[in-house]
Design a protein around this ligand. Structure first.
Ligand code: KIV
Length: 279
């Protein structure tokens, strides 16, 4: 069998070097093989995010997502990603205790899925862990600003950087994770002036979600931008299509067809008696 020639995958080094170089990085979440196949040609980064808890599993937040879930979905995405760089979120409870715990979890994500790197939530408090992982050649994207894994502790999803104190703390976080060896920085739910100042102050690319156009790249939860999540749409989400509506129309038509026996017709039937009779 001839060897399959694949186009080049975007490497961690090329993402790291993206800063100021080209158009903003295009990033989306992906959890399944079919979605990865559709998104891959258009994206620089596919993130197997722990938002999977809400987007696919009906959870209230990301806290119940397990490492096993991330590994299973990471494998599915890796089976179809060809050129995008694939990152996987480290779920709550799998990396915060010690750098060694983080290493064991990150190692499993990389070895068992073949993904390119991991993302973890935290700023200066995770710097030692990021340094430890980077020294062991595990690429880490840090996630600061609004951190969904802290939602219960903080009593909700709160936009960050509104006070001088918060802005300063976020800048310190960004500098700490950069110095520790993070190759990129995701900034979530943060006011524009702070996201801009951070982006201008660090040499690693910043990826924003609800963090203004000032960032070096943008990410959205795919199910949000496709209009598949109907419960709540945050301000920062732009719905590019309303798939929930499209699916509803399709399913209504299917249900009517089944009930009226319009489906299946001969074209969907094996060894149709009707067809045999006509011949
Ligand atoms: O889990 C996730 O989808 C995220 C978003 C910020 C993109 O981390």
């Amino acid at each position: 069998m001839p060897e399959q020639i694949l186009p080049d995958r975007l490497t961690i080094a090329s993402i790291r070097a993206w800063k100021n170089a080209r158009a903003p990085l295009v990033c989306l979440t992906a959890y399944t093989a079919p979605m990865a196949q559709i998104l891959d040609p258009h994206c620089d980064i596919l993130l197997v995010g722990d938002s999977i808890g809400m987007a696919l599993y009906g959870m209230d937040n990301t806290l119940g997502v397990t490492l096993e879930t991330m590994i299973a979905h990471g494998r599915a995405v890796m089976s179809k990603a060809r050129t995008a760089c694939v990152l996987i979120d480290m779920p709550y409870g799998t990396y915060e205790d010690t750098p060694q715990q983080a290493y064991e979890s990150a190692r499993r994500l990389l070895i068992e899925t073949g993904c390119d790197g991991v993302k973890l939530e935290g700023g200066h408090e995770m710097a030692e862990t990021i340094r430890y992982l980077a020294a062991k050649d595990i690429p880490v994207m840090a996630h600061i600003g609004l951190k969904p894994q802290s939602v219960v502790k903080e009593g909700g999803y709160k936009i960050k950087g509104k006070t001088g104190e918060e802005a300063e703390a976020l800048m310190e976080d960004a500098k700490a994770v950069e110095a520790a060896g993070a190759f990129a920085l995701l900034i979530e739910g943060t006011v524009e002036p702070v996201a801009r100042a951070i982006t201008q102050s660090v040499d690693i690319p910043t990826i924003g979600i609800g963090a203004s156009p000032a960032c070096d790249g943008q990410i959205l939860v795919t199910e949000d931008m496709l209009g598949l999540i109907t419960d709540h749409t945050p301000k920062f989400v732009k719905k590019y299509v309303n798939l929930a509506e499209e699916i509803t129309k399709a399913v209504e038509t299917y249900a009517a067809d089944v009930r009226s026996r319009a489906f299946p017709d001969e074209s969907h039937t094996y060894g149709s008696a009707k067809k045999a009779k006509a011949q």
